[in-house]
Design a protein around this ligand. Structure first.
Ligand SMILES: [Zn+2]
Length: 82
């Protein structure tokens, strides 16, 4: 697992001023029209101990987009032989 907390674009402090803690979790989501296909992405989750709130940021969006791209690429590869 690569370290992502050192990313300069990542806000490591909550609005309340407390330092955020980061965990990483695998999120599953459905892509495409019903029934769709289930994809998963490993996304960093920021958590404020003081506020007891957790949220994902743009890196989560990036991770989901990467999962979609990989899915589309695999479809293309599978279809190219037909
Ligand atoms: Zn906070």
């Amino acid at each position: 697992m690569k370290e992502i907390l050192t990313d300069a674009d990542v806000d490591t402090h909550c609005d309340c001023g407390a330092s955020l803690e980061q965990t990483v979790e695998t999120q599953r989501f459905t892509y495409g029209s019903e029934p769709g296909v289930e994809l998963s992405a490993v996304v960093p989750v920021m958590w404020c101990r003081d506020c007891d709130e957790a949220w994902t940021d743009w890196r989560g969006e990036d991770a989901r987009q990467s999962a979609v791209d990989a899915h589309l690429a695999s479809l293309k590869k599978a279809g190219s032989g037909q």
